[in-house]
Design a protein around this ligand. Sequence first.
Ligand SMILES: *Cc1c(COP(=O)(O)O)cnc(C)c1O
Length: 390
Amino acid sequence: MKASIESKIAQRIPSLDLRRNYARIEKEIKEAIDGVLASQAFILGPEVEAFEEEAAMYLEVPHAVGCSSGSDALLLALMALGVGEGDEVITTPYSFFATAGCIARLGARPVFVDVDPRTYNVDVEEALERVSPRTKAFIPVHLFGQMVPLEAAIPRLRERGVALVEDAAQAFGSWRRSGGEYFRAGAAGDFGCFSFYPTKNLSCYGDGGMVTCKKSDAASKLRRLRFHGADHAYLHEEMGLNSRLDSIQAAVLRVKLRHLEEWNEERRLVADRYGMLLAEKGLLEVVRPPEVLEGNCHIFHQYTVRVSGRNELQRFLAERDIETKIYYPLPLHLQPCFKYLGYGEGDFPEAEALSKDSLALPIFPELTVDEQERVVDAIAAFYALKRQKE
Ligand SMILES: *Cc1c(COP(=O)(O)O)cnc(C)c1O
């Protein structure tokens, strides 16, 4: 009797459950944090250096510099390039705020171009067309864990002296193979920016971030900039930030990095299963799954579908204890703080359409088959009811 009542009270399905991840690595994490506590060395130090080395090796990039957030990673990369007043930086209007915030904060002008409706990623050809003599950099975002196809853009940007700064905050471990070339997210451009915010696919237990780069002078500059512009204590070569990665976060990240390949693989399995279940239920007319470009290894930081009746569907699922998220409800060109840029509604129709019809379904490595079936069954029930009403 009790069991049947319990089974009727369905468990809540969160969009992300970090507790399940912690349960898998609790012992390793506690040992790692204990090590830092024993050393009483909290800022930068050997844990951060070790993490930077291991992350650079994993990403197949010469240098990695830890910093205090993904937002600062972007800011530090643009500061290292000397971006400032009078400069333009091209990017996508369909991303988290920090992607454009870093540009405006330095007094430069964000220049938006629309996205590809299949991948939700910035349209690279259109970005190249917008390059002007004032363009200092291009910031593509590997949104939701899928790389932007950059192979054709890399030589053309170099020719025109435009730096490539990848926003890889959602794409640690993602890669692309195309035309005989192989790129890892964050290792394709001049700078790669990562966030370890708790919801990211490689995350720490607080704020954290990292910038990767190929040249050693750029790496030295980043290290200086994250420490008030000083190579040596109390001798400041330039204006910098306080943007250091702390040792406890680095110790956590070192543990998690060892498991990341497995977790990213589990995310891909969850994504494949969503695709199968949506097809089985005959939902592909009303629910469009994300497309994966040929040659891409998508790590599914998010599984974002495009649906009709998005807001009603989200409410319907919430009533059934299924949490979903909207990334992003207002594109960047329509944000109040960017009014001065002069953009308006209709300027980027693909990004605007996505902000109205995209819905991120629960995804994390530990999500169970039962839970996924419940999510898809609930979506099917919503559209069955909708058809009845019509
Ligand atoms: C999370 C995120 C950032 C910012 O990272 P924080 O660590 O939160 O500062 C930047 N860009 C994108 C695309 C992100 O998803």
